[in-house]
Design a protein around this ligand. Structure first.
Ligand code: SF4
Ligand code: MG
Length: 340
């Protein structure tokens, strides 16, 4: 008889990191990936699995974080990893969690809590795989986390618009013309809100941004601790798709939160809680102008902040010695095409 009969549906108890100095040093997403310079989605992968720890299985549906991370015979993943089809992150999460449970119940493997995380892009999660994610979130007997990394386009196939692309965005499917400047006139899909509202069996839904790394890791740890199917939606600035200098990824994430374009919240057992800068915005303690009280001491559009950005832009590039501005204009486009 298996020694695992007492195993029910346990999860790992992952306490939140109390500050950046308490974050563990071990990395489970290391060197060897080929994402673009300044890619925030790669940072999401790194933080996600760092928060989850070594007893974790990661499943990745097709997208940037599959293609750029698993070139033949190379990978940055240190934990077990599996590719799944573009719309199948939900199915893969559910199947893996169910398979683990059966193997443990039958005594074919040691009974222990193992994290199952499936990630998907906005194309794979907010569009094609939405049905599979929805189905997974109704199966409360299986522990899995689905993390949607949202760079607001099908970036892997050269920036086509998705359901997560915001109003007015310039993509290869919505190029501005001379007569009509704004081709894309749909608003961004509210994926996290929709999934939270429609799945009472799902105990935890959160939105995160990698610019707030410790908060993001703590949301991942909370989702994995609370158990059952859980969902996290991350907003990831993407230099290639959004067309900005890669060194500004972190600032763009901050701006999205500080301006309220992307709210940070969690829904745990039906209770909505705003956190971070979003909480101050919602409570009326920080309007646009009041973001001068942010840690950088400047509003997103204040002269101080823009001068800070332009100062950094004009710094010399470490390798070539040329200014970043000339580096960008002379060599950026060909390098970008070669990079993937
Ligand atoms: Fe990252 Fe965007 Fe490049 Fe994809 S296209 S690897 S999301 S920066
Ligand atoms: Mg995408």
């Amino acid at each position: 008889m298996a020694t695992t009969t007492t195993f029910t549906n346990a999860t790992q108890i992952l306490e939140p990191f109390r500050g950046v100095k308490k974050v563990t040093l071990e990395e489970y997403f290391t060197s060897g990936h080929r994402t673009c310079q300044g890619c925030e989605s790669a940072l999401v992968m790194k933080l996600m699995v760092k928060a989850a720890g070594p007893r974790t299985i990661v499943l990745g549906s097709t997208g940037c974080m599959y293609v750029a991370n698993t070139t033949y015979y190379t990978t940055p993943w240190v934990v077990p990893w599996m590719h799944t089809q573009l719309g199948s992150s939900g199915s893969a999460a559910l199947g893996t969690a169910a398979g683990l449970k059966v193997l443990m119940r039958k005594g074919k493997m040691k009974a222990e809590p193992i994290n199952v995380i499936a990630f998907c892009g906005d194309g794979g999660g907010a569009d094609m795989g939405l049905g599979a994610i929805s189905a997974t979130l109704t199966h409360k007997e299986y522990n899995s986390l689905i993390l949607l990394y949202d760079n607001e386009s099908y970036a892997n196939t050269d920036i086509q618009l998705s359901g997560s692309t915001p109003y007015g965005a310039h993509t290869t499917f919505s190029p501005p013309g001379k007569a009509v400047r704004i081709i894309h006139t749909r608003w961004k899909k509210n994926t996290a809100g929709m999934l939270a509202a429609g799945h009472t069996e799902c105990r935890y839904v959160a939105t995160v941004c990698p610019s707030y790394a410790v908060e993001m890791m703590n949301k991942v740890r909370r989702a994995l601790t609370i158990g059952g199917p859980t969902f996290i939606h991350s907003l990831d600035p993407c230099p290639k798709g959004w067309d900005y200098d890669p060194m500004l990824s972190h600032e763009l994430g901050e701006l999205a939160i500080e301006t309220g374009i992307f709210p940070l919240y969690e829904v745990e057992d039906g209770t909505l809680t705003y956190y971070g800068k979003t909480k101050a915005l919602v409570e009326g303690r920080a309007g646009r102008s009041a973001s001068t009280s942010s840690s950088r001491g400047a509003s997103p559009t204040s002269p101080r902040r823009t001068s800070h950005i332009s100062r950094r832009r004009s710094t010399r590039c470490g390798r070539s010695g040329r200014s970043r501005r000339s580096y960008r204009s002379a060599a950026w486009t060909p390098r970008r095409r070669r990079s993937r």
